[in-house]
Ligand binder design. Structure first.
Ligand code: FAD
Length: 354
């Protein structure tokens, strides 16, 4: 038997940030992950402090960003590769009213740090934005699939990773310690994204009320090549265009409410491409499409903590549509809850649904 402080299940952004938190705290641990490409690898990689539909700040944006930016920079140092890059985000205006709303919003206390009040003229001939653009400050972009792959290799090299589907039947829980196959662990943290619904220890799945806690929220992106687009910022219109380099862009994403199905669809591709055509006028070629399920909770807040019947099994899920900016601070909250007995903020504590 090998003893570790933690077994961590899942290596999406939640698992990665919790693993990084454990490394920094000098804990010994093991990550078990099945290598499936889930929400994180499909995601756009955008850290956007604002909600560009309504011109508001994202929930707790300042707090999450203050933690996330230095956190990812330090991961970059560990991996010897910068993982987070600052990037401009531009919102295309559809009407004079929207321009006015933007200027008013940019003056609000919560938003002055994030919205530039100036209405910028569009200078890119391939972009359709006759009413100009609004600039978001403080946005950043990471390449999620590459980040996960590099982190996975780092864990492998340090013998901290087991690649397998976590077998719930092999877990024995006791008051002081947990046993899983040839390992014993003080604590187990499940960071399984939307798949936590299948976890028999996740009590919210078994109650009728709890089974409705997650709202299926499938997202799809189309990847296209457009040499004439020459976009260096993220562009938000009916869909979001994200520059990937080498004339490649990700565009989307779709929102499939109450949809937990896997794989890409023609319907989403057609919808995204038709919206893309409203934003750009140059030629483009679709080269790929990806999909993932956002672990979205019905009150749009994360799910952290544990249940009374298995107090040493913890959950870090419900990261929803903005997991990349939230995961570093959520990991710290959960760690402090486990190790320092600090209370979780009520909005994220899974016990709110009991
Ligand atoms: C199309 C799309 C676009 C998005 N764009 C953005 C964006 O631009 N910015 C942003 O902040 N957020 C975005 N999101 C949301 C973001 O992706 C999620 O909030 C976040 O990735 C969730 O991370 P997670 O680690 O909780 O889950 P996941 O990324 O789903 O990871 C869960 C992991 O657990 C593993 N796992 C599950 N069960 C088991 C088991 N039994 N055994 C072993 N391993 C297991 C899975 O294989 C997976 O590796 C987007 C989501 C989608 C789908």
């Amino acid at each position: 038997m090998k003893h570790v402080d933690y077994i961590l299940v899942g290596l999406g952004i939640a698992g990665l940030c919790f693993a990084e938190t454990l490394l920094r705290q000098g804990k010994n641990f093991l990550v078990i992950e099945d290598g499936e490409k889930e929400a994180t690898t499909a995601s756009g990689g955008v850290l956007n402090p604002t909600v560009l539909k309504r011109f508001t700040a994202a929930w707790n944006a300042q707090q999450f960003f203050d933690k996330a930016i230095p956190f990812y920079d330090a991961i970059g140092e560990r991996l010897e590769k910068q993982v987070l890059n600052p990037i401009g985000i531009q919102r295309i205006f559809n009407s004079i009213e929207e321009q006015n709303d933007w200027v008013v919003a940019s003056d609000k206390k919560q938003l002055t740090a994030f919205l530039s009040s100036e209405i910028q003229k569009n200078t890119n001939e391939s972009v359709k934005a006759t009413l100009g653009l609004g600039n978001v400050k403080g946005g950043a972009l990471l390449h999620p699939a590459e980040l996960i792959e590099r982190y996975r290799m780092y864990l492998q090299q340090n013998e901290l990773l087991v690649s397998e589907n976590f077998d719930y039947d092999a877990l024995e829980t006791a008051e002081t310690t947990n046993t899983y196959k040839k390992y014993t662990a003080e604590q187990i943290v499940f960071a399984q994204g939307a798949k936590v619904r299948e976890n028999p220890f996740f009590n919210l799945s078994v109650s009728p009320e709890g089974s409705r806690v997650f709202v299926g929220n499938k997202g799809e992106y189309v990847i296209f090549k457009a040499p004439n687009l020459q976009l260096t910022t993220i562009l938000k219109g009916p869909v979001m265009i994200i520059p990937l380099g080498n004339d490649l862009y990700k565009v989307g994403a779709s929102y499939g409410r109450d949809d937990f199905s896997e794989g890409t669809t023609n319907k989403a591709r057609e919808e995204i491409v038709s919206k893309l055509k409203k934003m750009i006028s140059c030629n483009f070629e679709v080269v790929d499409q990806v999909s993932g399920i956002r672990p979205t909770v019905k009150d749009r807040k994360p799910l952290l903590g544990n249940f009374l019947d298995h107090p040493k099994l913890y959950f870090l899920s419900g990261l929803g549509t903005r997991g990349l900016s939230m995961a570093p601070l959520l990991s710290e909250w959960l760690y402090d809850y486990i190790e320092k007995n600090e209370e979780l903020p009520r909005e994220v504590d899974l016990k709110r649904f009991l």
